[in-house]
Design a protein. Structure first.
Length: 222
């Protein structure tokens, strides 16, 4: 004679009942084990991030969603020629930020500006080209002018140079005639003229000498 136990048919003998009880008990143990262990295994996946507090206890924090990949944006001249191209990234708070390469062109297709944005601010080396062929090399740091800014003529001769610190003129300033001879030279301190400033005629002769202190002229000689 057979009886059904837990979906299994076993002999209705003492030994059969013992075996059925053993199988059912073992099955229950595995179910209870799974009910305890599986949630523990899934907990790290359900918890977005866990960090340790100063008292050594774990606390749950919510991770900031990753910013989306940048998308390309462009503008055109009325003639249909491409004018600007840059990349915009949507941030987790729903705002947008320029991030990556920026390029612009004159209407004739020649390059105008080229550089990089980081978090909506100019950063690193930028090149600016004029239609006449002159070009400038600018240095930016987190949206502020920083270091040397140099301008060159199409002939290859230097046109101007000025130094910046923290977005303000600080250090050397000089300009040259197209012939290559020095036109004016001086220096800035915290965006104010400081010390001697000299100006020359194109033939190299001294034209003017001025002395500045904190942006104020205190002495001049012709």
């Amino acid at each position: 004679m057979q009886e059904s136990w837990g979906g299994r048919k076993v002999a209705a003998s003492g030994e059969g009942w013992v075996m059925a009880f053993h199988l059912e008990t073992k099955s229950n143990r595995w179910r209870r084990f799974g009910a305890l262990v599986i949630p523990l295994l899934l907990a790290p996946l359900l918890c977005v991030a866990c960090v340790t507090s100063e008292d050594g206890r774990a606390k749950e924090t919510i991770a900031t969603p990753a910013a989306k990949q940048p998308t390309e944006e462009c503008t055109w001249y009325h003639s249909g020629a491409l004018k600007q191209r840059w990349f915009v990234r949507e941030l987790p708070d729903g705002t947008f930020s320029k991030d990556g390469l920026y390029e612009s062109w004159h209407e004739d297709g020649t390059s105008w500006e080229r550089g990089y944005y980081v978090n909506d601010k100019k950063d690193g080396i930028w090149r600016v080209d004029q239609v006449a062929g002159d070009y400038s090399i600018h240095h930016w740091s987190k949206g502020q002018r920083e270091g040397l800014w140099e301008t060159w003529r199409s002939s290859g001769r230097r046109k101007a140079v000025e130094a910046y610190l923290g977005g303000k003129r600080h250090g050397i300033f000089a300009e040259w005639f197209e012939s290559g001879s020095l036109y004016v030279s001086g220096s800035y301190d915290n965006d104010e003229k400081e010390g001697p400033w000299v100006e020359f005629h194109e033939n190299g002769k001294l034209k003017k000498l001025e002395l500045f202190r904190r942006g104020e002229r205190i002495e001049a000689a012709q």
